[in-house]
Design a protein around this ligand. Structure first.
Ligand code: AMP
Ligand code: ZN
Length: 114
């Protein structure tokens, strides 16, 4: 989708600091980081919310989590720990309607998340 900011990042039309990319997934640094490490892991395919995923997306969503785990190791936060977050729709705090997995780390997370 040409008016989707994350589709445009995936296509390389908008600059982003990418830390991982393959044929299905791209990961890049968040522009307004909420932690020392704040990375977005997204599918290249446009999917609006995690409610729009179906069984055929099983492998994709699993790959997103495994990619986040791999990036956490590469960024040196695997042992200290990190948080993976999907925000869904309004009450979930979703602002960008192209699914993305937040990888947050490098500091102590608090709970409840607010
Ligand atoms: P959410 O509120 O879950 O939809 O999260 C959207 C995230 O995308 C926020 O953390 C934003 O800071 C981030 N974001 C928005 N635009 C960009 C961009 N151009 N490059 C990197 N991150 C972005
Ligand atoms: Zn999109």
């Amino acid at each position: 989708m040409t008016d989707c900011i994350f589709c445009r990042i995936a296509a390389g039309d908008i600059p982003a600091v990418k830390v991982f990319e393959d044929d299905e997934i791209v990961a890049f640094r968040d522009i307004r980081p909420q932690a020392p490490q704040h990375i977005q892991v997204i599918p290249k395919r446009h999917v609006e919310t995690i409610q729009d995923l179906t069984l055929i997306d099983n492998a994709l969503i699993g790959k997103m989590v495994l990619t986040a785990n791999q990036i956490a190791r590469e960024q040196g936060i695997a042992n200290s720990g990190y948080r993976l977050v999907f925000n869904c729709r309004s009450d979930g705090g979703q602002e960008v309607y192209h699914i993305h997995l937040h990888l947050l780390g490098g500091r102590q997370m608090i709970w409840p998340p607010g």
